[in-house]
Design a protein around this ligand. Structure first.
Ligand SMILES: [Zn+2]
Length: 183
């Protein structure tokens, strides 16, 4: 998983779901092949506190998973929204992410306008994932083929992550227990 490719329509549907679910968090699944999304599947959020976290309804998720498999597709990602926040993984998003090779797409609605970002969360490690929204094929850089291209993508991803962390930390009040989790 080097990136995530959504069509304009798919991105619009995810953003619309997030807006409709607010003030609760919306969540769902992204079916597709490789980096290319083919199906957006809204899933009910059954979390006990849906304004602050999300839990995909297990029955809907299992059924959708089976239907995707039957049509030759895979689950390439999950999406959810932050009704009052930025599209950055929260501490619980990172702790509860269980699929290291899928994309975690987050819709931030902090300023009213949906802001989408994709992440790879691998056993507590967060990596920025290039997100491409467009109806044509993504630029070649999203699918690096040579080691040099891959290195460039990793470097830009790390830079984005550092910038994101700086932004995230600047938004947090000073908290020793948060600081102590830094690498
Ligand atoms: Zn979240």
């Amino acid at each position: 998983m080097h990136g995530l490719w959504l069509t304009e329509e798919q991105a619009r549907r995810i953003a619309q779901h997030a807006l409709e679910a607010a003030p609760n968090e919306a969540c769902g699944m992204i079916g597709g092949q490789g980096e290319q999304a083919r199906r957006i599947i809204p899933v009910p959020n059954v979390a006990s506190d849906p304004r602050r976290c999300y839990t995909l309804d297990p029955e809907t998720m299992a059924r959708a998973w089976g239907e995707l498999r039957a049509s030759g597709l895979e689950v390439i990602g999950f999406y959810h929204s932050h009704p009052d926040g930025n599209p950055l993984p929260s501490k619980s998003d990172i702790a509860l992410a269980t699929y290291p090779d899928t994309a975690y797409l987050i819709v931030g609605l902090k300023d009213g306008a949906p802001d989408l970002a994709a992440w790879k969360i691998d056993h507590g490690e967060v990596h920025h994932l290039p997100l491409y929204v467009g109806d044509g094929p993504p630029p070649e850089a999203l699918y690096p083929t040579t080691p040099a291209q891959r290195a460039a993508i990793i470097a830009s991803g790390l830079l984005a992550l550092v910038v994101t962390l700086v932004i995230a930390l600047s938004l947090l009040p000073p908290a020793p227990e948060i600081m102590s989790t830094l690498p």
